[in-house]
Design a protein around this ligand. Structure first.
Ligand code: Q0Z
Length: 278
């Protein structure tokens, strides 16, 4: 096993021809990783992705080889995956207005070249889900919006059309399932790659709270920032401390850790319809 990449809360290792994607218990807020882990977060998000890969197998082939054939010390929080030739865009589907999409809409009336009607507010539901890809910026910078034409120019129009169709179908299926459990999926970020035989393949993690915006449906109210399903207790606590949102972040109190872990468990159980048994 060779360590090849560290993200804020995840790692990638290579193992022969395969990759191991490993999720940690680390949590970030305002782009800063907290010193206090959330027990089981890495396993909860890994098992949620594993569940989604099976659930979405009829939509797109995926990179998962095994979530059990992994080193014992990573059990539960690692996925053995096929190494793909990655598409150099993040494939984002949005059903609601938030984050960078809201900022771009406010400035231009469009997101990644997709025109939207006037008068939408923060948190508004969009008339229909839209495909808003971004370019990947490797050196820690923020991703930049890309138009469909820019994606097509880089990967070809046929692949670009497939990326858009697959991204929107994954979003529709995810949002529908989540809605039944009282969770709004505001948006989600997917990554795709080509297998050695040229098949467009769903990669990375899928429809987790780290790759998507999950909102409690019963608290949704357009016109203000929405409550995050997973991290709202962390955000509320952070606001109360007077922390300036710059590293290093303070340690989380035990009650915030417990409440946050419970939200990850709750999201897992509501989405999969199964009980979490860590
Ligand atoms: C995914 C990422 C993570 C940090 C590369 N099957 C694949 N083949 C080739 N490359 C990737 C994959 Cl999934 C790949 N990322 C995103 C994942 C930590 C960044 F666990 N980067």
């Amino acid at each position: 096993m060779r360590h090849i990449y560290s993200g804020k809360v995840r790692e990638i290792y290579s193992d022969g021809a395969d990759l191991l994607l490993v999720a940690s218990d680390r949590v970030s807020v305002y782009d800063v990783v907290l010193p206090t882990p959330i027990p089981d977060k890495g396993a909860l998000l890994t098992q949620l992705s594993v569940w989604w890969f099976a659930e979405l197998a009829d939509v797109a082939p995926n990179h998962l080889i095994s979530a059990t054939d992994v080193p014992a010390e990573l059990a539960g929080r690692a996925m053995r995956c096929r190494r793909l030739d990655m598409v150099p865009f993040e494939c984002i589907a949005r059903g609601y207005l938030a984050g960078s999409g809201l900022r771009e809409y406010s400035a231009t009336g469009a997101i990644s070249g997709v025109e939207l009607p006037p008068g939408l507010a923060e948190g508004s539901r969009l008339p229909e889900p839209i495909f808003t890809p971004t370019t990947k910026v490797s050196d820690g910078g923020h991703d930049a919006p890309a138009t469909f034409a820019q994606v097509a120019a880089e990967v070809g129009v046929e692949t670009a059309e497939s990326l858009r169709a697959l991204t929107l179908e994954v979003y529709r299926r995810g949002a529908e399932r989540a809605a039944a459990g009282g969770i709004i999926v505001a948006d989600t970020k997917l990554e795709f790659g080509h297998s050695p035989d040229g098949v467009l393949t769903l990669a990375d993690e899928v429809l987790t709270p780290d790759s998507s915006r999950f909102w409690p449906a019963d608290e949704w109210q357009p016109g203000r920032p929405q409550h995050a399903y997973d991290k709202q207790f962390v955000r509320d606590w952070a606001a109360g401390t007077g922390w300036d949102k710059k590293p290093p972040a303070p340690e989380l109190p035990a009650d915030v850790v417990t409440a946050t872990r419970a939200r990850y468990v709750d999201a897992y159980e509501k989405l999969t319809g199964t009980v979490w048994r860590g």
